[in-house]
Design a protein around this ligand. Structure first.
Ligand SMILES: *Cc1c(COP(=O)(O)O)cnc(C)c1O
Length: 478
């Protein structure tokens, strides 16, 4: 395919938009320019392909398609059926899953669908059984009361937030923490690794309905075979949220015990992180949960987004190609090169390294909070995000960590040599930044000083590093 086609497509689209609201066209153009210039190390972000992006901007956006393929509550869904079935088929083939539900609008939505499916499947309630067989009108007030009480008193065991778990795994600021009685498992304070014996102990004591595996900020592989054995030993449903590392599963970097799909009853994911698809979510599950999962819309979700499902089908087709496995391996090679580069220069890393796409720097070693480090790096053209470290003394707002990830830069084509240079830039910024003080002389967790000239110099070096690896080389908007 000619690169010219990509330029023509995006240029024409902007021309059409510009005729209605030029400021939107300008903002879209500016976003591309900004992304091209920034050293994006946000572990949850990536760059979707032009084909994936273009599949979202069309008439599918106009369709209502509640229901599932072939069983819609709206007429005229034959073409939506085509793309939804394709996306599901690609997902099943790619991940070796028995069932795929591709409607969730995001990772959080996918988790809500999964929670509902497990509750509906597992909670022994005569009232729920009635509701499930669509005798909703027969439910008495007492049934409803019993149902709410039973559904709201279930237990969930997930990874603690400061060890790298996600808010949606039963934590208070999220609805999951209000729906479930939650307990969490952490990591070994000495090694930073998951201590499976402690997880088993917590499961035995707590007897969760759902054991959740998966993370947003844990830099290591997780043994899903062991977690499944723990779930089985207490009769829990084993759910894995692979939102962050789905690309590494798709690219067969995580196989055997480290591939969640053969071990979990239900797997949720985003499609836009390491998987490099459109912004969205997905649920994969064993056959016995499929009916409940398919009730996601309208039980939990608003109407499906057929244009995004079309883009999911495109991105999943891309992920089935052999070069995606190569991409996934390069993500991890880059992450390890970045970790080694940082360690060699004296940085302190949670767990001492990485075997996935992300690295967690404990910036207390530089005398900084995560917030100070994040801002100083941003001033220097390096985009990261602050993150808690295990047992973080600075809490979830200021934090003591910086999370960096390689999926986006790997998509651009940067390799291990550039990762070492990136480590040098990060280390230089963090060693040259000093923590500030409050007006009363106490140490500030937010204020810092960094020489503006140095920040500019680093930002120029970051841009130079990117110059050889243009983002969307086929797209010229000028
Ligand atoms: C990113 C993430 C989510 C949320 O995804 P959204 O698409 O932002 O809703 C859920 N779970 C985990 C583990 C994540 O990393």
């Amino acid at each position: 395919m000619s690169r010219n086609a990509e330029s023509t497509a995006f240029r024409s689209a902007l021309e059409v938009i510009r005729a209605v609201e030029p400021r939107v066209a300008d903002a879209i153009g500016a976003e591309l320019a900004d992304q091209r210039e920034s050293l994006k190390l946000i572990a949850s972000e990536n760059y979707a392909s032009p084909a994936t992006l273009l599949a979202m901007g069309n008439w599918f956006s106009d369709k209502y398609a509640e229901g599932t393929v072939g069983r819609r509550f709206y007429a005229g869904c034959q073409n939506v059926d085509t793309v939804e079935a394709l996306a599901a088929e690609h997902a099943q083939e790619l991940f070796g899953a028995a069932h795929a539900y591709v409607q969730p609008h995001s990772g959080i939505d996918a988790n809500l669908v999964a929670f509902w499916a497990v509750l509906a499947d597992r909670v022994e309630s005569p009232a729920l059984k009635k509701a499930q067989v669509r005798q909703v009108n027969d439910l008495t007030e007492a049934d409803w009361f019993a149902l709410r009480r039973e559904l709201g008193n279930q237990r969930m065991l997930g990874m603690s937030l400061d060890a790298g778990g996600h808010l949606t795994h039963g934590f208070r600021p999220n609805i999951s923490g209000k729906m479930f009685d939650q307990r969490s498992y952490g990591t070994d304070p000495a090694t930073g690794l998951i201590d499976y014996d402690r997880v088993a102990e917590a499961a035995r004591e707590f007897k969760p309905l759902i054991l959740v595996g998966g993370y947003s900020a844990y830099p290591r592989k997780v043994n899903f075979r062991i977690l499944r054995e723990i779930a089985d030993s207490v009769g829990a449903t084993f759910m894995v949220d692979m939102a962050h590392f789905a690309g590494l599963v798709a690219g067969k970097v995580f196989t055997g015990d480290f591939d969640p799909v053969p071990h979990a009853h239900i797997v949720t994911t985003t499609t836009h992180k390491s998987l490099r698809g459109p912004r969205g979510g997905m649920v994969l599950c064993q056959p016995e949960l499929a009916d409940q999962v398919d009730r996601g819309c309208p039980m939990v979700l608003g109407g499906p987004l057929p244009h995004v499902m079309a883009a999911k089908a495109v991105a999943l087709a891309e992920a089935r190609r052999p070069d995606f496995a190569d991409y996934a391996q390069r993500i991890v090679d880059n992450s390890q090169a970045l970790a080694e580069g940082l360690l060699r220069r004296g940085a302190k890393l949670v767990t001492g390294g990485t075997d996935n796409h992300l690295v967690l720097i404990d910036v207390s070693g530089y005398g900084l909070t995560g917030r100070q480090a994040e801002q100083a790096l941003l001033d220097s053209g390096i985009v990261t995000n602050r993150n808690s470290v295990p047992q973080d003394p600075n809490g979830a707002w200021y934090t003591s960590g910086i999370r960096i990830g390689t999926p986006a830069l790997t998509t651009r084509g940067l390799g291990t040599a550039e990762m070492d240079q990136t480590a040098e830039l990060i280390h230089t910024v963090l060693t040259q930044t000093t923590a500030g003080a409050n007006a009363d002389g106490t140490p500030s967790k937010a204020k810092y000083t960094l020489d503006a000239g140095l920040a500019d110099k680093i930002a120029r070096q970051a841009t130079d590093l990117l110059a050889t690896y243009p983002l969307y080389p086929g797209v010229d908007l000028s």
